[in-house]
Design a protein around this ligand. Structure first.
Ligand code: C2E
Ligand code: MG
Ligand code: MG
Length: 639
């Protein structure tokens, strides 16, 4: 009996133990289940509580490992999201089918729609329809470019586009593409403003000299092709200085405004008027058939202009009588290009002045002694190389903050016996009319390398030396191999050399120029745009070239510290350059005010008389040597 009771008790106890164990396991399992659910809901900050139950220990540790792994991936995913959304540029990830997979906050705000609405949209549906044809995804993959997008509300926004591939999946498939878009509305606006300010006269709103010459050049080309002629009037106000001196500059300005209004209002529609300088205006009319018609039209136009100008100018409290003298020249009778045409009309105008003013005179070849001089000069120029009459000067390029010389620009001079030193603006255009410029260019390149290698032997780093390049040189097939061999012969590294090319030169034959520049760049040569701001290209067009530096033209720098329009141009060029990752350098700095203005507008480099004119190779070396001893040889900066 006792035995039986003991057996039952034992069974009961064993049952109780099992029950107890089961309850513990159960509790541990419930706790684990809670934890798992918590993790499922994305809450996994708390570590898994250890129950001490051996049977569930393996499960607990696996769950803890899973929790930890999830925590790290989530932290890094959140971190990546934060990074992506913190980027100010719109970033989109596109599938190989061209549909959006991911978009950041900036993309949502650019397109004016929530991020999730962008997902699945085809990128081409985001581009403004007018710009779709020009959009080339493949080209953008090799070089950044621009397009215009359309937002949900239908607004169009110009953007820059950078595209890069996400690479391949381990399985070999393509992962898609990352698109980075930046709103460039401001830059485009600034650019339009620069172009406007650079082309139109602020006082009269008329085309300025540069714009007028550009339009005249195009008209000459067009009319010559159509075998038609063109007439140009060069107009100079008589005794304008007296008006200024007697009535003051404000009145002088009102007179100029009145005259320009009258010209713009009364001239025939097919003619173009511009203000070339202070009191000098010009008008051209195209589409003339035959010399006789040209003379008649020139005569009528000149009468119209003289009559309009001769009407009294009414100003508050005074009435001013103004007259003008007009010179007339025709295409093709008197010239076939802008420079000669303007010069001849100017010469005729001078004769109108001599004939007593308030009249017009047609050009005749005898008026232009300069034309004869030009022919003479051209024949002398041909001999200049043989006679060793060219010489190079170097103008220091300077760090505007410290005054340190960081490089130089080689500028050519022609020492013509009996004429002194002739500036390049007087003979380079002549040389460019023939193959002569090629020989001159070759001489310059060689001489620069000779000088540079001499500097290299005395100072550790003479900085970069810049050479001005003409289009003809660049389009010469042997140009690049010649550069290579000259650098090699003189032991000058290509990266010590910079080529300065003007906007106009670049754009003349962009398709042919681009691969040449790419090759020069890949050799290590730096490329810069000279006289920036005076050309006609858009910055986006220039962006395709491998350019590293923009040189702000002297004409803007001269008045930057005093004229608000020029100050705007300069500041905008600096900002644009910076936004494109280009170095910006200012030309023609002559005063401390200009240096101060430029430096505080964000321009780090400059050159100009303030730091010194162009000097001989030896003198430049001297300067470098002084700098090497710790001196600041070109500038004592104000404290
Ligand atoms: P650029 O390349 O824009 O050169 C700057 C011009 O401004 C130079 O005139 C220089 O002497 C002048 N300059 C520099 N600082 C100042 C300043 O503070 N104030 C003023 N008023 N002028 C300053 P330069 O030497 O007469 O050259 C005129 C142009 O001739 C150059 O313009 C360049 O386009 C061309 N050129 C010069 N050398 C060569 C050359 O070797 N080959 C070619 N193809 N062209 C050249
Ligand atoms: Mg230059
Ligand atoms: Mg220049």
């Amino acid at each position: 009996m006792n035995i039986a009771i003991a057996g039952s008790l034992l069974t009961l106890m064993a049952g109780l133990v099992v029950l107890l164990i089961m309850v513990r396991i159960d509790r541990a399992l419930v706790a684990l289940m809670d934890n798992a659910q918590s993790i499922g809901r994305g809450r996994y900050a708390e570590p898994i509580a250890v129950s001490g139950v051996a049977e569930t220990a393996a499960l607990e540790s696996s769950l803890e490992q899973m929790r930890q792994a999830l925590t790290t991936t989530t932290i890094s995913r959140d971190f990546l999201d934060d990074v992506l959304n913190g980027i100010k540029d719109a970033v989109l990830v596109m599938t190989t089918e061209g549909r959006m997979r991911t978009a950041n906050a900036a993309a949502a705000s650019l397109f004016g729609m929530p991020e999730q609405d962008l997902i699945g949209v085809a990128f081409k549906d985001l581009i403004a329809p007018d710009h779709l044809a020009a959009f080339n995804l493949e080209r953008l993959q090799s070089a950044p470019g621009e397009t215009v997008i359309r937002t949900r509300s239908g607004q169009t926004i110009p953007v820059s586009v950078h595209i890069s591939s996400l690479g391949r999946e381990p399985a070999g498939g393509n992962r898609g593409t990352i698109l980075v878009l930046r709103d460039i509305t401001e830059r485009k606006r600034a650019e339009r403003r620069i172009r406007y300010l650079a082309r139109f006269d602020t006082l009269t709103k008329m085309p300025n000299r540069m714009q007028f010459q550009h339009q005249l050049h195009q008209a000459i080309t067009r009319n010559t092709r159509q075998r038609r002629g063109l007439v140009l009037l060069y107009i100079d106000i008589d005794n304008f200085k007296e008006i200024n001196d007697t009535f003051g500059h404000d009145t002088g300005d009102r007179v100029l405004e009145t005259i320009s209004e009258r010209l713009t209002r009364t001239l025939p529609r097919e003619s173009v008027a511009g203000r070339l300088a202070g009191d000098e205006f010009a008008v051209f009319a195209e589409g003339i058939k035959g010399d006789q018609a040209g003379h008649e039209q020139g005569h009528d136009l000149a009468r119209l202009v003289l009559d309009e100008i001769a009407k009294p100018v009414h100003l508050p409290g005074q009435e001013i009588d103004v007259t003008a003298s007009v010179g007339v020249a025709l295409v093709p009778e008197h010239a076939d290009n802008v420079i000669d045409l303007i010069r001849n009309a100017d010469a005729a105008m001078y004769h109108a002045k001599r004939q007593g003013r308030n009249c017009h005179v047609f050009y005749v070849p005898e008026m232009n002694a300069a034309a004869v001089e030009r022919l003479l000069l051209k024949s002398k120029l041909r001999r200049a190389l043989e006679r060793d009459e060219f010489v190079l000067r170097y103008q220091p390029k300077v760090d505007l903050a410290t005054g340190e010389v960081v490089g130089s620009e080689a500028l050519l001079r022609w020492r013509l016996p009996g004429h002194g030193e002739i500036a390049p603006s007087q003979f380079i255009p002549l040389a460019e009319e023939s193959r002569l410029i090629l020989d001159i260019g070759a001489w310059v390149l060689n001489q620069v390398c000779i000088d540079y290698s001499a500097w290299q032997q005395r100072v550790s780093d003479p900085g970069r030396v810049a050479i001005n390049l003409s289009l003809k040189e660049l389009s010469q097939a042997s140009f690049i191999p010649r550069c290579r061999s000259v650098f090699e012969r003189h032991n000058v590294s290509a990266s010590c050399v910079e080529l300065e090319i003007t906007e106009t030169t670049l754009m003349l034959d962009a398709e042919r120029t681009l691969p040449l520049l790419d090759e020069l760049r890949s050799m290590g040569i730096h490329l810069s745009i000279d006289d920036f701001g005076t050309g006609y290209s858009s910055l986006s067009a220039l962006q395709q070239f491998p350019i590293s530096t923009l040189k702000i033209d002297r004409s803007f720098v001269t008045n930057a510290a005093s004229d608000p329009d020029d100050a705007t141009i300069v500041r905008t060029i600096i900002e644009m350059g910076r936004s494109l990752g280009l170095q910006v350098i200012a030309e023609g700095i002559e005063t401390e005010e200009q240096r101060y203005f430029l430096l505080h507008s964000g321009c780090q480099m400059g050159q100009g008389r303030l730091f010194g004119d162009a000097i001989s190779s030896d003198a430049f070396l001297e300067l470098l040597l002084r700098q090497a001893t710790g001196e600041h040889p070109v500038l004592q900066l104000p404290a």
